[in-house]
Ligand binder design. Structure first.
Ligand code: COI
Length: 350
């Protein structure tokens, strides 16, 4: 496999204010692109980041035949570049692709593409905890034909965006009572583009009431808390951490499973089971609910300050020695090569 690289004369990096990044708005100099035509992935290319030319009839526009991933690259104090569990992202994009009747992307192309791109973009990855390069691989259906059936042409791409925090302020959430994100047998487990679009309207309604996110409940009864849409969700009652099990409705988050492992490593009691809304409200009322936090690639670990359900509002107490801080620090120390990596989660880009 060889990658055709089209170099740029000069970088646009000097125009970027790295201290005031708004998540997902600034993109690096290059993008990786590979087309699927006549039943095969063609020669991959890296070219300057630029607009695409795609048929208006492409199925991505009409039926949302699109999947994506979120990954990050980190630079340590010695200028070495690292990623975190990228094999899991690779496996997941292909699981997502399969569910949307899209061709799977070859592993060698994925990792060679990623490494070659990151080496070209190394100056965009800044040192210092909290500075990252957010990496967005995605696959879209490009064949120009609007019959409602799987396309036979696709484009796999990777674009990169320097990033700091995903949620810059405090996060309060609304527990879903009417709308649903996913259902049994659906695509909730996949990183399908449409899963995210479907959340926008209910999330905008929640934002008008002062909540940044919706916590999705099961579509059947709205009695069980499942995930935050951009994050998986954890609850701490006394010193026990609780999170919902993955299923065909819930994303198998890489940060989620890392937190579960770190909890075990640190002898924190962790229960992976259904989380009744009733139990969390009860615990908030009797003072045993100590923390709620989200876990995801973009957000890392994000404490939730308060929640609302059925017009009842709850604020979480300020807490010393929070699990959210503990896991965030432990994760970041591994990601930035500042701590031992007993599970081999770090992946060196060289
Ligand atoms: C990520 O955490 O990488 C995600 O995919 C969430 C995203 C929609 C920002």
């Amino acid at each position: 496999m060889s990658i055709n690289i089209q170099k740029k004369a000069s970088s646009k990096i000097s125009n970027v204010d790295f201290n005031n990044l708004v998540f997902g708005t600034v993109f690096t100099d290059y993008m990786f692109e590979c087309d699927f035509v006549n039943g095969a992935w063609k020669q991959p290319q890296i070219k300057p980041y630029q607009p695409l030319t795609i048929e208006p009839s492409a199925r991505v526009f009409h039926y949302g035949q699109a999947v994506f991933e979120g990954m990050k690259a980190f630079k340590d104090d010695y200028d070495q570049i690292w990623m975190f569990r990228p094999e899991d992202n690779f496996d997941r994009i292909n699981k997502s692709a399969k569910r949307l009747a899209m061709p799977e992307f070859p592993k060698e192309y994925f990792f060679e593409g990623l490494k070659t791109l990151l080496k070209l973009e190394k100056d965009w990855i800044k040192k210092g905890i909290g500075n990252t390069l957010y990496i967005r691989p995605f696959i879209i259906a490009t064949q120009g034909a609007i019959s409602a059936s799987p396309a036979n042409e696709y484009k796999f791409m990777i674009i990169c965006s320097p990033a700091q925090a995903y949620y810059p302020g405090e996060v309060r959430v609304l527990f879903a009572e009417k709308y649903s994100r996913s259902a049994d047998g659906g695509v909730g487990f996949a990183k399908a583009a449409g899963n995210y679009a479907a959340q926008f309207y209910p999330t905008v309604l929640a934002q008008k009431q002062g909540f940044q996110q919706v916590i999705w409940t099961d579509a059947h009864s709205h009695q069980y808390l499942e995930e935050a849409g951009t994050m998986n969700i954890f609850f701490r009652i006394n010193n026990t951490l609780i999170t919902a099990p993955t299923s065909d409705r819930i994303l198998d988050g890489i940060t989620r499973k890392s937190v579960i492992q770190l909890a075990k490593d640190n002898h924190i009691n962790i229960e992976v089971r259904r989380v009744p809304v009733k139990e969390i409200k009860q615990a908030a009322k009797n003072g045993t609910l100590k923390e709620i936090f989200g876990a995801g690639t973009a957000a890392v670990i994000n404490p939730i300050k308060g929640f609302s359900h059925n017009n009842e509002k709850f604020e979480l107490p300020e807490i010393e020695n929070s699990y959210a801080n503990l896991f965030k620090e432990k994760l970041m120390n591994i990601q930035y090569n500042k701590a031992e990596d007993i599970h081999n989660w770090r992946y060196k880009v060289n």
